[in-house]
Design a protein around this ligand. Structure first.
Ligand SMILES: [Zn+2]
Length: 155
């Protein structure tokens, strides 16, 4: 696996833990579901597909902060049980090399570019998006559903 000059940023552990607490408390916007497909439920904390039979929580997450035009809150999954945060932060996550779009944002959280990934080119696309000095961070999202998957920053 190629070593990258950028950093993969999974969902913070405290956000995953808060979601589990909210789900256990019965919050109506935190749905607990049992996985029924091997590639339908990406956990944003360990950055793997949750496996059939595992339980996940579906809840809204503000991947782009409020008070700007591109502010956005959308649905994401995390494992309902504790999982390890994605650790190989200098490697693009194997499970999400395809069916993703990379969106680039500037320092005021405005979207300035977006590229749909092919099967084998995430590292190349990331490098190209960061060639623009205005690019502050990237977000990987589902190409079909648009859901936030993880962020990428410069090292
Ligand atoms: Zn997980």
């Amino acid at each position: 696996m190629q070593t990258l000059n950028f950093r993969i940023v999974p969902l913070p552990t405290e956000v995953a833990e808060a979601a589990r607490e909210q789900a256990n408390a019965g919050a109506p916007d935190h749905a607990v579901m049992t996985v029924d497909s091997p590639t339908g439920y990406p956990c944003r904390h360990c950055l793997r597909w949750a496996e059939p039979g595992e339980r996940v929580i579906l809840f809204p997450y503000a991947s782009v902060p409020p008070d700007r035009p591109y502010a956005e809150s959308g649905p994401i999954f995390v494992h309902a049980e504790q999982c390890a945060p994605y650790a190989a932060t200098d490697e693009y996550p194997t499970d999400f090399r395809s069916h993703r779009v990379l969106r680039s944002y500037n320092s005021t959280n405005d979207m300035i570019d977006a590229v749909v990934l092919g099967e084998n080119d995430p590292e190349k696309v990331i490098a190209e998006l960061f060639e623009n000095p205005a690019t502050e961070f990237l977000q990987a999202r589902s190409v079909t559903h648009g859901c936030y998957t993880f962020a990428i920053t410069r090292t």
